[in-house]
Design a protein. Sequence first.
Length: 215
Amino acid sequence: MSAMRWDETFSETTKGRILTHLRRSARTVDELAALLGLTDNAVRAHIGALQRDGVVLQRGVRPTGGKPAYVYEVSPDAERLFTKAYIPVLTQLVTVLEARLGSVEVDQLFGEVGKRLAATRAPSSGNLRERAEIAAAFLGELGGIVDVQEADDGLTLRGFSCPLADAVRSNPSVCRAVESLVSELMGVPARERCDRGERPRCCFEIPASLPAEPV
C-alpha cells in the first residue's frame, strides 16, 4: 500500500472526494460520477489508481437492469491512513502512565512494547549488516525513513524522520520502545541516540561486538 497522506489538501482532490464517498458506503462508478459531476471514464481512471495503491477494492457487482456494475469500497487496511487519533491518544497515555507509575516503570513498559513488536516478525538472520537492513526496513514500514550507516565501531541506524515524533516531543520514554525493538531484531543491544529537537529523528548505534563482562 502506498504511503498516502490524508489531510485537508488531499481530501479536496478528486481522489480524496472519491474516498470520502466510499468511506460512507460502497459505490459503483456511475454513482460516483453522478455525485462528483464527472464522466464515468474519469472516475474509472481514479479508481484504477486507487486500486493500484491498495486503497480501494472491488467488492462484488450490483444489478442495474442491464450490465451489472462493479461495486467499490475502501480497503479495510486503508482506514488507518485516515485517522489522526493515534498520536494524541498515545501522547496523553504516556503522560498519565508516568504520573501514576513513575518514569522508570514507564521506561520498562516501553521496553516490553518494543520486544512484543519485534516478536511479530520472524527472527532475523544473517550478518550484522543484513540484520540492520531488516531492522531499518521494519522502521520504514512504521513510517520512518532510515538508512544503515557504517561506523568505526559498528553500525548506525540513522533516521531522517520519526514516526512517533509528537509523542517523543512530550516524553522521550517512547524512544525506549523503538530501541528495544531494534535490539530484538538485531540480536544485540542497540543504543538510542535520537535527536529530540524541533524535528525529531531516530538514531540507534549498533556495536560491532559486545563489551566484555566484568570478571
